[in-house]
Design a binder for this molecule. Structure first.
Ligand code: N01
Length: 865
């Protein structure tokens, strides 16, 4: 056949393989095994000459895993689990490589792996619905599906050091270590970098070298691994019931069966906190500090307590105070750059032939032929070891020239940061999968668990497609955009984006700053991926002999912390409030309030009583720490006119006080069913009149009064504004209404869309309204302020609504009606929030921006002339 005929034949031919997988590490090996088991034809392309992936390349001295080997191993083969015994808690690189070789042999994987072959380009052929994959051998493979199993930390970054390449001595890269090893005996050695690779290799290199100089830009948090034989406790936990053990790992946050910290760091005494840290330190487990308390990775003050503790440990090990200081991380929160566990890392700096060069004080000017020149010194070396890291998570993927539909290059699509659906797939690149890709938990988890989950998901997807006679899959733009947003939402409520880490792409010059992994946890993530399948591949479009179909939609619509809260509540099995008696409902609210974080400290809290419409009303006053007088906010609590009290919204009142700099007076109006409509609003109005008249006595500025309320309390606040307008006073500078009840029309869409499953249910709203007002009264503007004859002349307003709230639409309607009436009204819709989430200070961190906006509005109202 002529070359032209051959090329025409191949252009029109179908796929020769079902799947091409790139990479023969942990992910690629299992992917191949799984595909074979499902009856797909598959080949793995691997640039190395053997299996192992990262464990093939990273042969530097001291390389070992830092998740315990029992956990960092496959679970798919029960026989393998039984027969393979790890010699240490944290196995060395040679042992892990032997393990992967054993897996490849046991399952006869090598015959479908093309070693010493690199994939150079992969192009989607839309006409033939397949990938054309060009390799370094000059051939082209046609495959229906293309899977990148290239690992998250596999493409070493080119060291961005001036003079790089000039050194005439030996240079080595931890991520590309020579197979024959390196003999450092009698040599003057430099190591650049103090990440995990350096922390592991430095103590071993120091044992051999005549001199070792470590060039450190950013000190890293590290602590002893206490490596040794697998502990009896771990062995017993695993051996007793391996299946249950693995199930617990899969349903954990990080893929390791570890009790998550449920208590916040400042909910315990300092002594208890330190005891917990000592325990975490002694455990030698990488994840122990992150799991010590619930808020370590989200609350700066909590995290600082870990940082202080670990810096103290460094000072206790390193004898020279200046070196100890230089080795102590100060510019990032614990865990926001990947921490390390080590064997004698800090002790190594006590050795007389080891020195540390702090590049923050004395930066590298240039690498020279003889060694390294810093700003102030010249060093001569025989060997330089670059432990300078990787172009993480996206580097290995976009280093292959991958082109999707219409020739779109993946590198271009991801130029501003990776965009994926589930971290697995990306729009415009049909039949393309990335194992542990950006936007999946991957590097924040035990990789073995994440890899198995991805591989199994991809296998299931391909099998389902085959069964349904579909041969093209692609995520929809809606699903992808929403997933990227969801990943970012998760990052935003953590401390991670504040560090210059490789998680953020900050280690590679020019790389966009985007938080690359998904922070939601492997448990939640797995459930999400399963839900996508259960909902008929929500967010994916398919094509094939069975026809084209698209199931567009968004799988995670709630803010990540709101979703976690709902899960936790579901687990508790709390009965619906509307099924309780009023007394039990009130007891329940009081008991729940006792469990929540208290909110920020304010200057002073004073409880008192003020005259209501029919007797005294309790109030609680929150005073800012700043010198007064201050503007005053009259606050009305939520609780459906039935439950709640002057202190039931305590954390929110504290938060508003601190953020707005105003006195907050939370007023306890009378409740239904004992005191039905219009008792609550009459009390509210009486209270505002009293506060206005007694502003100076309360420490406020007379005339500077705003109102605020949540839910039924926002209803009271809105009505009070109308009553004050109609009565000609008192003057109210502004109203902040958080998820207000403004009407009595249950036909609004939000009652149907959000009627169940988001804490405040439509049934509960009915229960509250039934207790509060007769049907005839509900249309009265004093019950439904939206129904006022006019809204003109009301104070400026901020109306906050939440996406998953039955009251959403009536709040939005009130904002629109106010604006239509000429009121300076702003509507703040909160994406992914529920009715009860914004007041949950220090629990729903994603609610903080709304709380900030509420406080800013109050500040503005009170500052207005
Ligand atoms: O790389 P890194 P790594 N001038 O990026 C410094 C996994 N891993 O290979 O922080 C001077 O962490 C850089 O300084 P800075 C693990 O997930 C796991 O050590 O950018 N210095 C940093 O100190 C790990 O996180 C194991 O200021 C320069 C270091 O080089 C990930 O792989 C073992 C520099 C790079 O640290 C990467 O670890 C090993 C420059 N121009 C790795 N450029 C296990 O235990 C960079 N640096 C399983």
């Amino acid at each position: 056949m002529s070359a032209a005929m051959e090329s025409a034949r191949s252009a029109s031919a179908g796929p020769e393989l079902d799947v091409v997988v790139v990479g023969a590490g942990f992910a690629g090996l299992y992917m191949l095994h799984r595909l074979r088991g499902l009856g797909f034809s598959a080949k793995v392309i691997e640039s190395a000459d053997d299996v192992g992936g990262t464990w093939y390349w990273n042969r530097y001295p001291g390389a070992r895993c830092d998740i315990e080997s029992i956990d960092y191993s496959y679970s798919f083969d029960p026989e393998l689990q039984r027969e393979w015994q790890w010699s240490e808690r944290y196995a060395t690189q040679p042992e892990i490589l032997r393990y992967l070789g054993h897996v490849a042999d046991k399952h006869d994987l090598r015959r479908d792996i093309r070693f010493s072959t690199r994939v150079e380009a992969a192009r989607w052929d839309d006409d033939a619905s397949l990938w054309r994959i060009r390799t370094s051998r000059g051939d082209e493979i046609r495959a229906r599906f293309y899977v990148m199993a290239t690992g998250c930390l596999s493409l070493p970054k080119t060291p961005d050091v001036p003079g790089y390449g000039r050194f005439a001595g030996e240079s080595y890269y931890t991520g590309r270590w020579p197979h024959q090893g390196v003999d450092f005996s009698g040599k003057r050695v430099a190591v650049i970098g103090t990440g995990s690779s350096a922390v592991q290799s430095i103590p071993i290199i120091a044992r051999q070298a005549a001199e070792l100089t470590v060039f450190q830009r950013t000190p890293n948090f590290s602590r002893p691994a206490f490596n040794g034989p697998v502990t009896d406790a771990k062995k017993a936990a695993f051996d007793t019931d391996p299946a249950a053990y693995r199930a617990a790992a899969r349903l954990s946050g990080a893929g390791v069966p570890l009790e998550p910290g449920l208590v916040r760091a400042f909910q315990v005494s300092e002594a208890e906190r330190l005891a917990k840290y000592e325990e975490a330190y002694a455990s030698g487990e990488l994840l122990a500090f992150g799991a010590a308390f619930a808020d370590i990775l989200s609350n700066p003050e909590a995290n600082a307590t870990v940082c202080d503790f670990l810096r103290g440990k460094i000072r206790s090990i390193v004898r020279d105070p200046e070196t100890a200081e230089a080795l102590s991380p100060k510019d990032h929160f614990y865990g926001t750059k990947r921490p390390c566990i080590d064997t004698s890392y800090f002790e190594t700096f006590n050795l007389p032939h080891v020195r540390l060069v702090d590049l923050r004080k004395d930066p590298i000017a240039s690498i020279t032929e003889q060694g390294i020149d810093t700003a102030t010194r010249s060093f001569a070396f025989d060997v330089i070891v670059f432990a300078t890291g990787f172009d993480a998570m996206t580097g290995a993927i976009v280093s292959v020239d991958i082109a999707g539909r219409n020739g779109l290059a993946l590198a271009d699509k991801w130029a501003d940061g990776p965009k994926t659906y589930l971290g697995l797939t990306t729009t415009g690149f049909p039949n393309f999968f990335a194992i542990t890709g950006p936007g999946s938990p991957s590097v924040l988890s035990n990789m073995a668990v994440s890899i198995e989950q991805h591989v199994e998901w991809v296998g299931r997807c391909l099998a389902d497609m085959r069964e349904q006679r579909l041969d093209v899959i692609e995520p929809t733009p809606t699903a992808e955009t929403a997933w990227v947003q969801h990943v970012n939402d998760g990052a935003e409520i953590s401390l991670f984006p504040r560090a210059n880490s490789w998680y953020m792409g900050a280690n590679v010059p020019g790389k966009p700053r985007v938080f690359l992994p998904y922070i939601g946890g492997v448990d939640r993530y797995r459930k999400t991926c399963d839900e996508v399948i259960r909902r008929d591949y929500l967010g994916f479009a398919f094509d094939g002999p069975a026809g084209a179909r698209c199931n567009d939609g968004v799988v995670c619509r709630l803010q990540p912390d709101v979703a976690m809260l709902l899960d936790a509540l579901a687990e508790l099995g709390v009965p619906p409030m509307e099924s309780l008696s009023v007394e039990d409902a009130r007891r329940f609210v009081i008991a729940s309030a006792a469990l929540r974080p208290p909110g920020p400290e304010v200057g002073e809290i004073v409880d008192g009583e003020l005259p209501g419409a029919a007797g005294g009303l309790a109030y609680r006053l929150y005073r800012p720490a700043s010198p007064g007088p201050h503007g005053i906010v009259a606050y009305f609590h939520g609780g459906g006119w039935v439950v709640g009290s002057a202190d039931s919204d305590d954390p929110l009142c504290r938060d508003l006080c601190v953020r707005s700099g105003a006195i907050v007076v939370s007023v306890d109006y009378r409740h239904a069913p004992e005191a039905r409509f219009p008792a609550a609003v009459d009390d509210g109005f009486a209270a505002v009149r009293w506060i206005a008249a007694n502003a100076a006595m309360l420490g406020g500025v007379p005339g500077k009064l705003a109102v605020c309320g949540w839910s039924a309390g926002a209803n009271v606040a809105a009505v009070v504004c109308q009553l004050a307008r109609d009565a000609g006073g008192p003057a109210i500078a502004g109203q902040v209404l958080l998820t207000p009840a403004t009407d009595c029309d249950f036909t609004r869409a939000s009652y149907a869309e959000n009627g169940d499953g988001y804490v405040l249910t439509t049934a509960l709203v009915r229960w509250f309204r039934d207790h509060y007002a007769d049907p005839a009264d509900r249309r009265n503007p004093k019950a439904s302020p939206l129904r006022a004859h006019s809204l003109a002349g009301l104070p400026p307003a901020l109306i906050v609504t939440c996406e998953f709230d039955p009251l959403r639409d009536e709040g939005a309607a009130y904002a629109a009606a106010l604006a239509a009436a000429g009121v300076d009204a702003r509507h703040l819709p909160c994406r992914g929030q529920i009715h009860t989430s914004i007041p949950m200070v220090d629990v729903i961190l994603s609610g903080a921006p709304a709380r900030q906006e509420m406080a800013a509005a109050l500040r503005r109202f009170l500052a207005a002339p």
